[in-house]
Ligand binder design. Structure first.
Ligand code: CU
Ligand code: ZN
Length: 186
């Protein structure tokens, strides 16, 4: 039981650690990551484009709090997911280059093969939609109740052109279409 503690926040690459110091237990010091900050870039068929801001993932008792600080996006709702691979590069499909294609599909370690809601039983990478204000910025936090920080490493976070109905019907993968911004989580 932690009786008293002091949070010392240090930033190391993209991970913020809280060093929990327990004065009553002498020298007991542990470092637990509490937050991961991921830079995002616009993605296109040509490759990775302008910096678009960042998304931070913070642990809470209810799951991961996902807080965007993004700009230059189209106003409205956008599909927002954790994708399988730590890459935002385009990938060739037939004769076309698919923006962000190298990120692979929605993160689905349980192989549900189902696009669903953040609180459902499909892809665990399915996040609540990202909302972008009229000025192209997005700053509203969403909650991913099934995710933990340990799920993030080696994945990519992705923003799609369109919204997300959290279903594979009438369109696959929520119908968000093209990938427009992406960040690699190392
Ligand atoms: Cu996606
Ligand atoms: Zn999905």
């Amino acid at each position: 039981m932690i009786k008293g503690y002091l949070l010392l926040i240090t930033m190391s690459a993209a991970t913020i650690y809280a060093e929990v110091v327990e004065p009553t237990d002498g020298a007991a010091i542990t470092a637990v990551p509490v937050s991961v900050v991921v830079p995002l870039h616009e993605v296109g068929a040509q490759g990775i484009g302008h910096h678009a801001g960042q998304v931070s993932f913070t642990e809470s008792r209810y799951g991961l709090v996902v807080t965007p600080s993004l700009e230059g996006l189209a106003p409205g709702f956008h599909g927002f997911h954790l994708h399988q691979n730590a890459s935002c590069a385009p990938q060739k499909k037939g004769k076309k280059w698919i923006p962000g294609g190298a990120a692979g599909g929605h993160y689905d370690p349980a192989a549900t093969n189902q696009h669903s809601s953040p609180w459902g039983d499909g892809h665990i990478g399915d996040l609540p939609s990202l909302y972008v204000d009229a000025d192209g910025t997005s700053t509203r936090a969403v909650l991913a109740p099934r995710l933990q920080l340990s799920d993030l490493r080696g994945r990519a976070v992705m923003v799609h052109a369109g919204g997300d109905n959290h279903s594979d019907s009438p369109s696959a993968l929520g119908g968000g279409g093209a990938r427009v911004a992406c960040g690699v989580i190392n």
